[in-house]
Ligand binder design. Sequence first.
Ligand code: ZN
Length: 302
Amino acid sequence: MTWTIGAASVHRVTELDTWRFSPVDLFAAWTDADTALAADRYAVAIDRSSGELVLSIHTYVIDIGGRRILVDTGNGDHKQRPALLPHHMLTAGYPERLRAAGIEPESIDVVTATHLHPDHCGGYTVLLDGVWTAAFPNAEYLLQDADLEWLRSLDREAADGTVAGDIARTYRDSVLPILDTARTVVGTTVVAEHEGTVVRLEPAPGHSAGHVVVRIDAPEGGGAVLVGDLIHHPLQLDRPTLTNNGDADPESAIRSRHDVLGEAASNGRLVLTAHFPVGGPERVSEANGQLTWQRGRTADLN
Ligand SMILES: [Zn+2]
C-alpha cells in the first residue's frame, strides 16, 4: 500500500499480518462490554469467535527528495524474548518482505523507530554468521535520547527472565550493534524536507518516555501522521482512558493520544498506525469535543 503526501511517497511494509492477544494481556481494564463494542464497530480488529484482539505489525518507508526513511522495523527474526512470548524467536522474514516490496535494505538512508520497544527496533539488526549486524548498512539510525537512556539503565539493572530483562536483551542485540552509526535526537527533529513537504519527529511521550510520532506535512494541507504505539486498538478512541499495559506513564499516554489524534482530526490528517490490521480506520473526526473514527475506507488510497 502506498500513499502520496505532497512530495513524499509512503509505503506500508508489514512484518506480521496477524498478531493475536487476549484483551486483558493488552488492556488490564478491558471488559465484556468493550468486546461487544469492538465487535460491533471494528470487526477487523477482533476475532468474534475467540474474543481475541487482532493486531498487525506495520512499518513505513517514506521516499522524499531522493532520500529513503524507514520508520519502525518490526521484531526482526531470531530474537530471544523468553518473557515476552509474542515477540520471541519470530521468523517473519522482514528484510525479505522489504525486498518483495521493491525496497532493498541497502537503499535506506535513515532508520528510526517511534520508540525503542522490541517490536519497533528489533529489526535494526540481522544475524550474520552468528553476529548481530546492522540490517541497513548504509543508513544513519536516529535514536530518541530518552528511550536510549532507559534501555541503558535496564541493561545495567534488569534481571534475566523478566520483561525488563527482555528489553535489556533488545538493547544488546538490536541497538548496541548499530550505536556507532547512530545519532541521538531530542525533541522535534526535521528528518527531511523537499518542495515544501516536511517529515519530522514530534515527541508524544507516555507509552515510553521518548516515544515520537512522525508527521508529514504537505503544502496543500492534510498530511499524515505515523503514530506508532500512541494507540494499539481502535476502541481506544471510544474509550480514551483504556491504557495499554505497556504504557510507561499512562496519564501522559492518554494526553498524547488525545492531542495527536485531535490535531489529526482538525487538519484532516491520515493516521497510519503500527498495529491496526489492514482495513482498520485511518481518519479521525471531531464533533462536540468527541473524537471518532471516520467510517469506510479513505478515498486517497492507491
Ligand atoms: Zn508496538
